[in-house]
Design a protein around this ligand. Structure first.
Ligand code: ADP
Ligand code: F6P
Length: 475
């Protein structure tokens, strides 16, 4: 007899499960942590909460059976080859991603991509309803699943629905370009509460509802009234964070400290080790950072082996043209810089196109004197918060773009505008040259901020806002 379907009081839906299934050439299956900030944050939130996580297992084809992992019930959602191309690579990452990140690259519009987005969102909504207990809390994540809130509401009026956007929400002038803008806003308005990274993102959403749907708004709420369903939907900022205690504990371990020392030694114990850590994404401003550093090398203001620069670039969305082109551009630039400025045994830039375990990431953060974070647009940038967290020794300095969500919290960073190459150069030099005592004071203050506003507090705030969202029929 088939086992009856277990149901849960807390269900989250995100494009990816916390783990990707990897099948090797012998057909053996293993699971690997999925990339990105969403997984980093939500994994620690969900651990031990006895909830369900609905998501894609990272490869096309049939979905594996549901399974339990670290106190979570994982419910994989299948995507066909075509759906990976049209829903994930296409509409999510070649239409929405550019529009939501200030059109750093042009967005592509295809009606058949949206059709796939709709179909996959429906599949997610159905999977959510299958595992949600009566009256459950359903927490939907990110831009890939913006139609899910209304779809779940239609199927299951008994559950409470929240949605959190891990990336920016664009200004109405940009959002308005989307031929499917109405469907997306109506999809989101199926939620009881909507959370955003910054106040400006929540305001952009409310403004879009007012201007594009002609809905009445007041402060941070939108009034929705449709066939007997009259509600107010609140949209506000709840900036995401990381597991401060867990990551700090990892950074303090003797093995991590020893590995950090080993990394520095293997680089010839430079006076200053600069580090960049990003998914290889055009939003991260890696090219701008390399240009600035290249000019500093050319002007002899930095030179290996005294200064060493390590750029870790996690492979990402490799079949999307803009990402393929970015990789060629960045690797070409690294090659040029190394050709011109490396010494034997001391490359100008060490470029690593890999994913690493958390332990190695913590050791890298601990080893680096300066972390350079230069996105042109980024919802939060958890890398910046991870760096600060790992610096229990109060060492290090953070160069941070003003176009990240993190900029609105980490006020003691060395702030830069990545478009201003001269400014980035000066900021990097300030981060290198500011006396250690002053840098420790800055780092201490940033650490206090992240310790007080960690991921558990973020999750509690979100769930609290959802719980206290206006009741239905409250207009
Ligand atoms: P995004 O969500 O856009 O990828 P974030 O900075 O918010 O950006 O989050 C990135 C997450 O991915 C962080 O938790 C970071 O530690 C992790 N990460 C980045 N690069 C690597 C890498 N090369 N190997 C393993 N984890 C990485
Ligand atoms: O929020 C940023 C984000 O897009 C997440 O949705 C995702 O987990 C991460 O970046 C990595 O991207 P992808 O899932 O496309 O590899």
């Amino acid at each position: 007899m088939p086992r009856s379907q277990p149901t849960f009081d807390l269900v989250i839906a995100a494009n990816r499960l916390p783990v990707d299934r990897v099948v090797d050439e012998h057909g053996d299956t293993s699971w690997r942590t999925s990339p990105g900030g969403l997984v980093t944050a939500m994994e620690s939130v969900m651990r031990g909460r006895d909830g369900a996580w609905v998501g894609w297992a990272g490869e096309a084809g049939e979905a594996p059976a549901s399974f339990d992992q670290e106190g979570m019930y994982l419910r994989p959602v299948p995507l066909s080859e075509d759906e990976v191309a049209h829903y994930y690579e296409g509409f999510s990452n070649d239409t929405l991603w550019p529009i939501y990140h200030d059109v750093i690259v042009p967005a592509t519009f295809h009606r058949f991509w949206f059709a796939a987005y709709e179909a996959v969102n429906r599949r997610f909504a159905e999977a959510v309803c299958e595992v949600a207990a009566r009256g459950a809390t359903v927490w939907v994540h990110d831009y890939q699943l913006q139609l899910v809130p209304a779809m779940v509401r239609e199927l299951r009026p008994d559950v409470r629905i929240g949605w959190f956007n891990h990336i920016p929400f664009p200004a109405v002038e940009l959002f308005a370009q989307l031929p499917w803008r109405r469907a997306i806003l109506e999809g989101l308005l199926g939620a009881d509460y909507l959370g955003f990274q910054r106040v400006a993102d929540a305001q952009n959403f409310v403004r879009a509802c007012r201007q594009l749907l002609s809905l009445p708004t007041k402060g941070d709420t939108v009034s929705v009234s449709r066939a007997g369903d009259a509600r107010r939907v609140r949209a506000s900022a709840v900036p995401i964070s990381i597991d401060f205690r867990g990551l700090q504990e990892l950074a303090r371990r003797p093995e991590t400290v020893a590995r950090a020392k080993e990394i520095r030694e293997s680089l010839g114990n430079p006076q200053t080790l600069l580090l960049g850590v990003d998914r290889l994404d055009y939003t991260k401003g890696i090219g701008h950072r390399l240009k600035a550093y290249g000019e500093l090398l050319a002007e002899d203001r930095v030179s290996p082996p005294q200064e060493m620069f390590v750029q870790v670039a996690t492979p990402s969305r490799e079949r999307v043209d803009a990402y393929r082109e970015l990789r060629i551009e960045i690797e070409g630039e690294v090659g040029r810089m190394n050709g011109e400025h490396s010494r034997i045994g001391a490359p100008a830039v060490q470029y690593l196109h890999h994913s690493y375990p958390r332990e190695e990431m913590a050791a890298l953060y601990l080893a680096a004197d300066v972390l350079v974070v230069t996105p042109l647009r980024d919802g939060m940038n958890l890398v910046a918060k991870e760096y600060v967290t790992c610096r229990y020794d109060e060492g290090g300095a953070l160069v941070l773009s003003e176009f990240t969500g993190a900029f609105h919290e980490l006020h003691q960073a060395f702030v830069c505008n990545p478009h201003d190459i001269e400014g980035v150069k000066q900021t990097i030099m300030r981060a290198i040259e500011t006396p250690g005592r002053e840098k420790r004071r800055l780092m201490r203050a940033m650490r206090r901020r992240v310790a007080d506003h960690d991921v558990q507090r973020w999750a509690s705030r979100f769930l609290d806002n959802l719980k206290h969202a206006p009741e239905r029929g409250s207009m």
